[in-house]
Ligand binder design. Structure first.
Ligand code: NAD
Length: 456
């Protein structure tokens, strides 16, 4: 597409002008971004309601507020992060000094999904801007209203030679991926992640892949059941379960399954009322295809709670499934909706083996008061990130890198990790010319024994 190519060429010319390398330019632009979001908060919240029926509170908590906080953090820290950093130098290089210069990659492509359509487009963008990149954003075609607001907002507040939003479906994404970018940051499914990585290979473009998968939640026999129930319900059913790090399935010790389910049902009703399909605080499913897919996952299982659905509004009540084994449809794919299979275990090592029999998850949650059980899980299970005695909150801090491992992705961001993701760390050693030791030159090659005393 010539339009896409023109945008990228213009961005490249702008990037080559060097303006984005100036840290004060980046800070100014980040402040403009913050101001643009604040000025358009109502529009953004409205769009999120239209796309996913998010309540203003939930939308502010998980999309707008979290992004404003991240941008504010970047504004405070970017000066420090972008300074060249002096690091140690081995004695055999004396008197040279070593430095790391963070430099922007150049033009970055950010492809985002529909479930947190504002946050997952703008948070990576803030990191890209802080690191001094230009960016093209391709938001999801399914969150139409938010994508439209993003396009309008960037059109008004930013020059497309610096930041450009290109809306459209997978074909537009494919056309973008055919062009040469200097960095690609993709958030979405593992299947599309593979397509993105294959396209990136053509130009050897570095990628971050923020993918999904089935994130387990273990509830040990001595867990605090009241707190576990409350935090699992809130973590699972926020955004009607359409959260990449939502608990995807529960592995609960058989001795505490009954009280846990009991308290979860209590909290589902407390948070969303007895008719969640009518609660103003409960989001809808993004489209009819996902709505039908999710209802299909509840078949051939015992529904302990929920199951009700309103097809006109595309709302599915929080649903707890029992009598589910590893072969049940709900255990064959990432659920990504308000359906939660509850499976039991007797022995923690069996639960660990079952989790390890699946691809490495994006998140893992464990509710337990037993340190050796917690240690066993942390030592033996590989996962992107997670929480002990909570759900989701590891996402909401700039001090922890957020990302997956294996099938759930590669690379990470948030806070300084985002800045580093969009920066190439250029290594530079500076030496003196005032004197010159002979050790490295062929005239010294006869002293191998001496070399072995130094390099070993
Ligand atoms: P998706 O992979 O279908 O789409 C993501 C983006 O890729 C969209 O912008 C879409 O237009 C584009 N796309 C789709 N098909 C493409 C193709 N063939 N070639 C190029 N681009 C293409 O994902 P989705 O349905 O929007 O989101 C759901 C998935 O995203 C889930 O797996 C979820 O776990 C994951 N996710 C991960 C994170 C995270 O931070 N790790 C966050 C949110 C969602």
């Amino acid at each position: 597409m010539t339009e896409i190519r023109t945008i990228i060429e213009k961005q490249r010319a702008f990037y080559n002008s060097g303006q984005t390398k100036d840290v004060s330019y980046r800070i100014k632009q980040l402040k403009i971004l913050k101001h643009a979001i604040e000025e358009n908060e109502e529009k953004i919240l409205q769009a999120l309601h239209e796309d996913l029926r998010k309540s203003p509170y939930e939308a502010y908590l998980t999309e707008v507020g979290i992004v404003l906080d991240e941008i504010g953090y970047m504004v405070k820290k970017v000066q420090k992060w972008s300074r060249p950093k002096r690091v140690g130098t081995p004695i055999y290089h004396f008197p040279a000094a070593s430095y790391i210069y963070p430099e922007p990659y150049g033009i970055s492509l950010i492809i985002s999904p529909w479930n947190y359509p504002f946050q997952l487009a703008v948070a990576p963008l803030a990191a890209a801007m802080a690191a001094g990149n230009c960016a093209v954003i391709k938001p999801s075609e399914f969150s139409v209203n938010t994508s439209q607001v993003l396009a309008e907002l960037f059109d008004v507040y930013f020059d497309p030679v610096y930041i450009s939003v290109i809306t459209g479906d997978a074909d537009v994404s494919t056309a973008l991926l055919a062009e040469k970018f200097d960095y690609i940051f993709f958030t979405g499914s593992p299947a599309v992640g593979k397509i993105v990585m294959t396209a990136a290979a053509e130009y050897l473009t570095p990628v971050t892949l923020e993918l999904g998968g089935k994130s387990p939640c273990i509830i040990d026999q001595d867990a605090n059941i009241e707190i576990a129930a409350k935090r699992i319900v809130s973590g699972k059913f926020i955004n009607a379960g359409q959260t990449c790090i939502a608990p995807d399935y529960l592995m609960v010790h058989q001795s505490v399954k009954e009280p846990l389910v009991d308290r979860m049902i209590h909290y589902i009703q407390k948070f969303y009322g007895t008719l969640p399909t009518e609660s103003p605080d409960y989001p809808k499913i993004i489209n009819q295809k996902h709505f039908n897919r999710l209802l299909g996952l509840t078949k051939d299982a015992t529904i302990m709670c929920g199951g009700a659905a309103d097809s006109e509004q595309q709302i599915i009540a929080p649903t707890l499934l029992s009598d589910v084994d590893d072969d049940h449809p709900s255990m064959q794919e990432e659920i990504f909706g308000p359906v939660l299979p509850v499976m039991e275990f007797d022995n923690l090592s069996d639960a660990i083996s079952r989790i390890n029999g699946r691809p490495r998850p994006l998140a893992l949650y464990m509710f337990s008061n037993n340190q050796s059980s917690i240690d066993a899980v942390l030592k033996n299970v590989s996962f992107g990130g997670g929480c002990i005695n909570d759900t989701l909150i590891h996402f909401a801090t700039p001090n922890l890198p957020f990302g997956g491992v294996g099938n759930s992705g590669m690379g990470g961001y948030h806070g300084k990790f985002g800045f580093d993701t969009f920066s190439h760390l250029k290594s530079v050693m500076r030496n003196t010319v005032r004197f010159d030791f002979p050790f490295r030159y062929p005239t010294f090659y006869k002293f191998l024994k001496l070399l072995k005393l130094v390099l070993r």
